[in-house]
Design a protein around this ligand. Structure first.
Ligand code: FAD
Length: 321
């Protein structure tokens, strides 16, 4: 028995969300007695990265190194994971909830006849049955789903699980897969773009600016603060609509949904459509000159003040730490 984990990678590096999935699988295997946690990585992945999944709790990593599997070939990935599933005799697949994760999970569910629950936030309750808690309505509520199928797929919401880092390196084995050419017929090209060093959807810290920043020429202070914190930068929708910032930074219901440990909102009013993209953040800090700004109701910490005074001072104080 084993729990299989589908690993996502970008440019050879394993995504943090996949390591969270491994951590989840490790705790799940310990709870259900499913034994080994076997990670499956596809395409060209840095060798040093491969063994590192062990730190998050994987006992073994199966690697299909065919470079055609590098990115975006969803059908081929689903076929490869299904073949690993059959080979290992697993009953459960865990993966990160993401655009790619969802697309692969849906196809995999058909191939291996599995029940699928997405946006999972904690280990299933197995006291009576198999009850999975998942986040719904953009993080505003939870639903409990009973999984009754023998084979199960769980897609884990990002930042919902503490990352395990104290495991030993995993044994790496090559995975032979037999994927028909037709599975490579369509390919999704990557749309996630990094601002600076950090990918917005994956970022652990996000510094976002709104219309209160007055214009694109003032974004230097957002970028400076982001650099100090090792954060990605985001923005409200009007800011990207006006062209102050690129569209891929637009956070909210109609933009990128983030779930960082820390979300810093500067000069953003906190409209419900913006909150829909950030309300899974672990800690929200709001800087706004209007004490009645709705964002303060969702904030863990708030600073009422002019961003043009507060942000440079905050940045200096953080740099001095
Ligand atoms: P504003 O509402 O103009 O707020 C600016 C804020 O800055 C104010 O609170 C003000 O007090 C503050 N401020 C001004 N000057 C300063 C200063 N010097 N220092 C500090 N604070 C200052 N919006 C999104 O963001 N994401 C979405 O995904 C999204 N989807 C939408 C979907 C639909 C269907 C619709 C109808 C709207 C959507 N919107 C979305 C728009 C949303 O309703 C708001 O209009 C938008 O979020 C407001 O952006 P803002 O807070 O930057 O601007």
């Amino acid at each position: 028995m084993s729990v299989l984990v589908y690993i996502e990678q970008a440019e050879g590096k394993i995504k943090k969300t996949s390591l969270e999935a491994v951590s989840f699988a490790s705790a799940l295997a310990a709870k259900t007695g499913e034994g080994d946690v076997i990670a499956v990585a596809l395409g060209s992945v840095d060798q040093a990265e491969l063994a590192s999944v062990g730190k998050a709790g994987a006992t073994k990593l199966l690697h299909a190194s065919d470079s055609r599997l590098d990115a975006g070939v969803i059908q081929a990935h689903a076929t490869a994971v299904a073949q690993a599933f059959e080979k290992t005799g697993s009953k459960t697949v865990v993966l990160a909830k993401s655009s790619l994760g969802d697309a692969v999970a849906a196809r995999l569910a058909i191939k291996v006849n599995a029940g699928l629950v997405s946006n999972v936030v904690e280990l299933p309750n197995t006291d009576s049955g198999y009850i999975v808690k998942r986040s719904i309505y953009t993080g505003k509520a939870f639903a409990e789903t009973s999984l009754t199928t023998e084979n199960k797929i769980l897609a884990i919401k990002k930042n919902a699980i503490d990352l395990k880092t104290d495991g030993a390196d995993a044994a790496v084995e090559s995975l032979e897969v037999n994927i028909p050419d037709s599975d490579f017929g369509s390919k999704i090209t990557a749309t996630e773009r990094a601002t600076g060093e950090v990918l917005l959807p994956e970022a652990d810290i996000v510094v976002s600016g709104g219309r209160g920043m007055k214009g694109p020429e003032n974004w230097g202070m957002i970028e400076d603060l982001a650099k100090t914190l090792g954060a990605a930068t985001g923005c409200s929708k009007p800011v990207s609509d006006i062209g102050w910032r690129p569209h891929h930074e637009h956070v909210g219901q109609t933009g990128v949904k983030v779930a960082p440990s820390l979300y810093v909102a500067i000069g953003i009013s906190g409209a419900i459509q913006h909150l829909a993209g950030v309300n899974s953040s672990k800690c929200i800090v709001v800087i706004n000159k209007d004490p009645e700004a709705p964002f303060f109701k969702a904030a863990d910490y708030g600073i009422v003040g002019d961003a043009f005074e507060v942000v440079p001072k905050l940045n200096e104080a953080l740099k001095a730490e």
